[in-house]
Design a protein around this ligand. Sequence first.
Ligand SMILES: CC(C)=CCC/C(C)=C/CC/C(C)=C/COP(=O)(O)O
Length: 283
Amino acid sequence: MHSPKAKNTGRRDGSPVLGGSFEFVSLTKPVNRSSPRHLLQRQGSDPTTARLRASESPLRRRGSGSSTGSASGQGPPEEDGIRLNPSLIGISLSSLLAIDLWLSKRLSVCACEDSSWGSVRPLMKLIEVSGHGIPWLAGAAYSLYKSDTAAGQEVMLNLLVGLLLDLILVGIVKAVVRRRRPAHNQMDMFATFSVDRYSFPSGHATRAAMCGRFLLAHLVLAAPLRVLVLLWVGLVGLSRVLLGRHNVTDVLFGFWMGYCQYNLVEILWFSPQTLQGLLGHLA
Ligand SMILES: CC(C)=CCC/C(C)=C/CC/C(C)=C/COP(=O)(O)O
């Protein structure tokens, strides 16, 4: 990806302003402080350039531009490195986002009935429902209500806490980041909050990761079922991209966030005593 700045700041004679990786540094800076002496002299002879240089360069405003290391041939000063890093991070992020958008678009093969895998869309929507908040909240509340043992009630209460925590945290991140859903998404999901018009992170992915870890830690012990749980988590995430609901990074971050949310549930874990106190208050 090209930096817009890079197009405008090259020299008229086409020769590089600086060699190797430092060229980028010079392109992000208004003044070629580390340029050879004859270049500075040539630029200084142009009154417009000289005026711009004087007004734009923070170093010159501080009056230190003429005496820093690079101008005296000792290589770029420390400040060059400080400016280089954010630019490199910016470029890396832009590249990652471009790859993310391209890959997500290519993978959205069930985004509508006419898509290449449009016939699989109903199955993907079924997987979507399996990771929706309502069945999970209703299921956990019902199990809590029906549970006879203190241990069972404890587990279900904490699952309920985790699910509510997940809704709150995902809502906050979505509201802060405000990343739009992919353009190819059909907004035909049932029971959504207003923040669900945003896509980062995928609430289904966070819930699947958190509930997956919860199930593996407390409820599902048989090996074949544990594999099924892991498969379900993966399918929920994959279905978000195939349906065109999310970009790949929304789902990957969602998985990570859900994984961390489970740690939070473990830290907050409500004991039977706390549970009895709560139920005593409610009764
Ligand atoms: C009791 C109560 C507050 C239930 C709300 C459950 C609900 C409407 C959850 C929203 C689930 C949803 C559509 C999340 C969006 O998932 P993405 O993967 O598309 O971000």
